[in-house]
Design a protein around this ligand. Sequence first.
Ligand code: ATR
Length: 285
Amino acid sequence: MELFGVMGYPISHSLSPDMHNAAFRHEKRDAVYVPLKVKHDELEIALAGARALGFRGLNVTVPYKEEVIPYLDILSAEASLIKAVNTISIKDGKLTGHNTDCLGFVEALTTHLPDSLGGKRCLIIGAGGASRAVVMGLAIHKAALTIANRTLSKAEALAKDVAQVTTFAPQVCLLDTPEFAQIVKHSEIIINTTSLGMTPQQDLSPVPVDLLSPHHFVVDIIYNPLKTKLISDAEAKGCQTQSGLDMLINQGAQAWNIWFGESGPRDVMKAAVLAALIRQPDEAI
Ligand code: ATR
């Protein structure tokens, strides 16, 4: 049997095991995918353990998408550009890091918002590993970017990395400041890439509701709960919205390309995630 898993902390919110196991069953693969809760000081040993146990592939989630890089043997071109890894393949004892979040995000956004992203004023909230994939994806499409983060230095570092691969540098700002409020008002697309609002912090949102208005297209990359406080507030204010569901499915289907050389069955994966969300207690949805 082939072994796969997702490493993160916390990990109980992750629906990747439901998504991939349903796809394995559907495709009749002799494989299993497990949640792997890894403590902060045990990431390196956990990766060595996965290698020793014969795991064939892994996903990496909050908060390890950047932290994992020093422990890998090889980085794909897109992962080294983004400087974040969400998918690992293990072959001949070597761990190779990839990033399928970037393509997964852009595919999801352009499905919901068919207009060109060129010049669109986008506010990305967060500057962690998930944000890096989102920001690079938008930068490649020449969107006009502002990165807002709780820790300004991380937003600055990300903006600098983007400036090295595109012709412009994103603006940066601190969360929860008058400048942030102004930028929210003037943005066309707002994307939350932080864990604010994710189970079990469902009551939190990075954007005060009174700053939202109908001209905003609001994206939350969180998929658990499907309707975060940010998405509910945005709907109540008449905004168009997009949850993290499609990005989850897209990045998972793309991970199959890396592990098996063929895309995962998206319809099966989506149905499994929706069924798992419905099975959860009401307050988690
Ligand atoms: P991931 O790899 O999934 O992106 P991460 O690298 O830990 O996870 O990044 C988490 C992001 O959420 C960061 O931008 C973090 O802000 P800091 O850079 O200041 O740490 C943001 N974040 C997490 N909890 C937050 C909170 N309570 N308030 C504001 N931002 C938060």
